[in-house]
Each structure stands twice: as structure tokens, then as C-alpha cells.
Design a protein around this ligand. Sequence first.
Ligand code: NAD
Length: 436
Amino acid sequence: MKIAVIGTGYVGLVTGTCLAETGNEVICVDIDAAKVEKMRNGEVPIYEPHLDVLFERNINAKRLSFTTSLEEGLNHGEIIFLALPTPEDEDGSADLSYVLNVSEEIGKLIKEYKVIVDKSTVPVGTAEKVQQIIAKNAQCDFDVVSNPEFLREGFAVDDFLKPERIVIGSSSERATALMKKLYNPFVRSGNPIIIMDEKSAELTKYAANSFLATKITFMNEIANYCEKVGADVDMVRAGMGTDSRIGKRFLFPGIGYGGSCFPKDVKALQKAGKNEGYDFKILNSVIEINAAQKTVLLPKIESYFENNLKGKTIAVWGLAFKPETDDIREAPSIDLMEALLEKGATLQVFDPEAMPNIEKRFGDKLKYSKSMYDAVENADALLICTEWSIFRTPDFKKLKDSLSRQVIFDGRNLYNTTDIEAEGFSYFSIGRRDVK
Ligand code: NAD
């Protein structure tokens, strides 16, 4: 099939590449000319595991190409995916300007039947808006489909190739049939393609992300309470998670959720509710708790250094909002580092993939280290913000020798408290006993 994908970020580029992998001819369109040039030269502009192999294979097979021309993309594709940003607007709602502006252009440019697929995360009613905007100018038939994306950064290729489910929101039989044909190769093991109306599809995505953010936040509250009463959140988690109604996943406490999706999606649903006179009380709390959780380690750090961080050097391991990505949007590391800098600390930082993005944001305010061990050299403490695998079993002897004070503040509970105590470290984590 002939496909166009508008927007080549984490969602668009993975979508385009994976659709090419099943034999479709895909043109990816992006407004960012430098990015398009890079991709034309065979360079993957984001870090996403396994994407490079598929990317190269499909470019070489001439099934995947790139352009800045929306018109070229529209002329080529029968199915047009919108994978455009929907960032948080000033009032917390989703900024739909990217989606609506491109829709306006689409209306002016299409000459024959197209299925316009909204893959961006958008509030209920957006498919209807897109439909109306395109219809203002379109001289031909078209359908608008809501097809929210559930991929996770860091696992995006796997998630796209083997989705647990595909949600299609459409009231058009013709468009639904085309979407099923396109997606059938991805659900051969029997995972469902769930067909529903556009509004339900749009809400499914917000409901899923808000639920997951709530699950994380609930565990963070339990962890904070564990510290008050001397319980161990690891034990509580194990005891809870074995209940199949609860499940083992997403029960790990830490320094809060971040990323390009959960924060903005929870806020967008909260705001969308408000617009309808509905107060999502649970989401109000999730947002408030998560904001505080990002700096929950700060009082422990301050107390350890007797409220004097001036002149102290802190090594920071992990800057991305989660492992296996270079994405730093709303990363808890940012809040913590800003607070520490404000208190006069010097920060020596390391992340396997996110250093360039962090450098763009912090400039010369941080010291950028070449390796995890360079970062701890002569530091007074180690702070862990992201659970990259390489941090899980470090050379503790080397770590001890490099740090001028043997203390670790761990926002991701990477180590067993008893083991780390035996290694001779002071250790402060989330929802577990402090090792002083
Ligand atoms: P992104 O910011 O990584 O990428 C967006 C891309 O769109 C950029 O390359 C940008 O240059 C391009 N763009 C902007 N305006 C354009 C225009 N007028 N024409 C062509 N290209 C244009 O965004 P993303 O993370 O891929 O997210 C896209 C959407 O998917 C959002 O709504 C997001 O909420 C949703 N989503 C994201 C994820 C995720 O994990 N990142 C997962 C599921 C859903």
C-alpha cells in the first residue's frame, strides 16, 4: 500500500519505518529540512533501539523515503498518517495547532480519496474537527480515522511490530477495511484490532496514559508512606503485584513520571474534563503528587550535607526520563538538577544517550562526563535519576575509590539496601530504610 506519514518524531518515524518493513511504500514528511536531509543521508535522527537496522534496510529497498513537501506526500499516499506534536498549551490543554494547520493544507491539496489517520494523541472531538477543516476545501472524498499509538519509547519498534492491540476509531466501512488490511500483518498472533467510534478511540489513549500515571503515582505515595512507618516498599510491591488483578508491572516507585506523554496527557484530560464541567479529582492529585515526587530526594540530600550544598560536587547518573531513550522532556533529573544548582552544588553528569539533549538545555551549567566513572571522580555523592541497565551492577570498589564521600541517593531503587550497606555505602532510596 502507499502510505504518507506527516511528522517524523518518535511516533512518525517508527510508524513509517515499520510500515515499510511489511512491504508498503512509505514517504515520510517533515517540516524540519535539516532532519529530512539527515534521514536522506541514512542517519536516524533519534535514538530508538533496533530502528537503525529497519531504517537502513527499507531505504535500500526503496520502500522508505523522506521529503519536506506535504504535497509530494499527499500525492503518494492513499493513507496519510498525522504523527504531529500535540504539546501542552499554556492552560494545560493539548495544543492542536500542528494537527489543525496541516489538516487545513491537506484539504487544499488532496485530489483523490484519502484516509487521514490521526496518530497524534488528541482530545475527544478532534477527528470531527479535522473532518470539518479538510471538508472546507477538499474537492474529493476522504475519511478521517482516529488511530492512537501506544508504543513506548525505548521499545517503540517492538511495540509497533507486535502491538498488544490496535485501536481504530472510524465510522467509515471503506476506511476501516483499508486500516485492517494495513495492520493485519502486525496481529498475526491473534492480538485484536479493536474497532470503535472516533471519540472512544481518542479517549482510550488519554484513559490508558492517565491510568498508568495514576498507578505509578499510587505506588509513589505508598513508598513515601513506607518511609514514615518503617515498611519496605519492595516487600509491599511483591506482596501486591502477585495479585493478578493488580499485576506486577508499573509498581516500581521512584522520582516520578516524566517524558513527552504522561505529563501532558494527564493534564490535557484534566483540562478537557474542566471544559465539560467535569472535575477529574483523581488526576488533580496525580499531577500534584508527581510534581512533588520529582524532588523527593532533595531533603535527604540536604540533610546529609547539613543544609549546605555550596561547593559540593554531585555526580548524576541518568538524565533521560527513562532508560533506552535520549528523550529528556519533563525528565525528573531536570527538576532535581535545577534545585541542586540553585543550592550551589556542582553537577558532574552522565547518561548513555541523553547528553546532547541535556547540554542543549543546561549549556555550561553542568560538567559533562565521558563515562559513568568519570562522573563520580572526586564527587561528594552519587545521585541516580534513570535506571539504565549499566548502572545496575557497577564496580562498587571503583565507585568507592572515586567518590570522596561514599554516599548514593538512588531515585530508582537500583540496589538492594543490605548489599549496598555491606559494600560500605550510605544509601538513600525511595520507600525503603535509609542506610546512614
Ligand atoms: P516529536 O516531537 O518527536 O515529533 C514530531 C515531528 O513532527 C517533528 O519531527 C517535527 O519536526 C514534525 N513536524 C512539526 N510540524 C510539522 C508539520 N507542519 N509538517 C510536518 N512535520 C511537522 O513527537 P512524537 O513524540 O513523535 O509525538 C507525536 C504524537 O504522538 C504526539 O501527539 C504524542 O503525544 C503522540 N505519542 C507519542 C508517543 C511517544 O512515546 N513519543 C507515544 C504515543 C503517542
